[in-house]
Design a protein around this ligand. Structure first.
Ligand code: PLP
Length: 395
């Protein structure tokens, strides 16, 4: 007997993928230059020259046995040391290499974090709009995912809703900042208030409540702003990171979980993660990739294009009368659709070869996600199509 659960999951296909496939089909039909695909969040800038050089150098100078050998299950010391040093330097933390656990991107970092601090049947809270994959990730860990509204004027946390939803079964709160899909960057004030509330609830319920902080867009911020480091505000924090976006390495599958050294039982997490890996079939990221990333740990790809695209798209949307919050980071924008039904809005946009994702699966209906990891020339070329769409359909 096959497992019908996974067959059933096929019926709930990712809306993002479905729309990007429609965009690809349209490209094949009318040509790349006529299609404006804002659907998918794939980095559009190459990784750094130094990363490529590091890979070449490793291949030319390391013994193949060492280079391609098994990584220790807790990761290569050269990688965990480099990550710990970098985080300590940048955010004034006190990580030891043993607090850093390498994972196959943020996906696996979250899988380990969820399992380390919750048991099946527990509740985890997150905030809309949220990355739709949080649903299957949390269901696979047996968790009930409670999605709370945000404050729509700036996409920060709605604390009244959070206060009301807290109960002793909540073992973890999951945040994502900078946020996919809203582009919001949680402010220091938001993180402080969240930390204060969580500390009070820990006290009240007599057990730890962990903050799981999903941070793959940490370095993609605009207008000179920086993302305050969530773990700095709250000791019981597991920071989940990925080099997919900052170094444009999504196919290499490398990230980590960083356990705050002041978290309860901080030193047991590393060994525990090795057991979670055993049980989930996860393996450390490739040994050569760990070595190469360690050499360029403080670098990012040239992320400037995302800021440029954001300005261009934001100004255009405002001019066209959209309600939209200026993103503080990521490569997404989250305007309100021009009619209540965002699905209908996106269907109509497709007649103008504009591909955007309706927001229902992000837990906040009535909006659309526009991913602008594109060449700036592509965003420029999309503007007349956007203008035509809005004036002809809604003008
Ligand atoms: N979390 C968020 C918010 C994301 O947007 C993504 C990927 O787009 C992930 C996690 C997964 O990242 P990775 O590709 O590193 O597994």
């Amino acid at each position: 007997m096959i497992n019908e659960h996974y067959v059933d999951m096929l019926k709930e296909r990712s809306v993002i993928r479905a729309i990007s496939e429609r965009a690809a089909a349209r490209r094949a039909e009318v040509g790349e230059q006529h299609v404006f695909d804002f659907s998918i969040g794939n980095p559009s800038v190459p990784t750094t020259h130094d990363f490529t050089e590091a890979m070449i150098d490793l291949y030319e100078t390391e013994s193949p046995i060492a280079l391609h050998g098994y990584s220790p299950s807790t990761g290569l010391p050269v990688f965990t040391q480099a990550v710990a040093d970098s985080l300590n330097r940048r955010f004034g933390m006190d990580y030891e290499p043993s607090h850093i656990y390498p994972t196959s991107g943020a996906t696996a970092a979250l899988a380990h974090a969820f399992r380390a601090v919750t048991k099946p049947g527990d509740e985890m809270i997150t905030f809309a709009p949220y990355f739709p994959e949080y649903r299957p990730y949390s269901e696979a860990a047996g968790l009930t995912l409670t999605v709370l509204p945000c404050d729509p004027k700036d996409f920060q946390i709605d604390f009244a809703a959070l206060e009301q939803a807290m109960n002793p079964n909540v073992q973890a709160i999951l945040i994502n900042t900078p946020n996919n899909p809203s582009g919001a960057v949680y402010s220091a004030a938001t993180l402080q208030r969240l930390a204060d509330l969580m500390r009070a609830k820990q006290e009240e319920y007599g057990h730890a409540i962990f903050l799981i902080s999903d941070e793959p867009y940490r370095e993609i911020t605009f207008d000179g702003a920086e993302q305050p480091y969530p773990s700095k505000f709250y000791d019981n924090t597991l920071s989940c990171y990925s080099f997919s976006k900052s170094l444009s390495l999504p196919g290499e599958r490398i990230g980590y979980v960083a356990v705050n050294p002041k978290a309860e039982q901080a030193d047991i997490f590393g060994p525990m993660f090795t057991q979670i890996s055993r049980c989930t079939g996860h393996n450390c990221p490739g040994a050569s990739i760990q070595r190469a990333v360690a050499r360029v740990i403080d670098e990012t790809a040239d992320l400037a294009v995302y800021g440029k695209n954001m300005e261009l798209l934001y100004d255009t949307l405002i001019e066209l009368g959209f309600e939209v919050v200026r993103p503080g980071g990521t490569f997404y924008m989250f305007p309100k659709a021009l009619e209540d039904d965002a699905n209908a809005f996106c269907e109509k946009a497709m007649h103008y070869d504009l591909f955007m994702v309706p927001s229902d699966s992000f837990g906040m209906p009535g909006y659309v996600r526009m991913s602008f990891c594109l060449d700036t020339s592509k965003v420029e070329a999309a503007i007349p199509a956007l203008r035509r769409f809005v004036t002809e359909v809604y003008g």
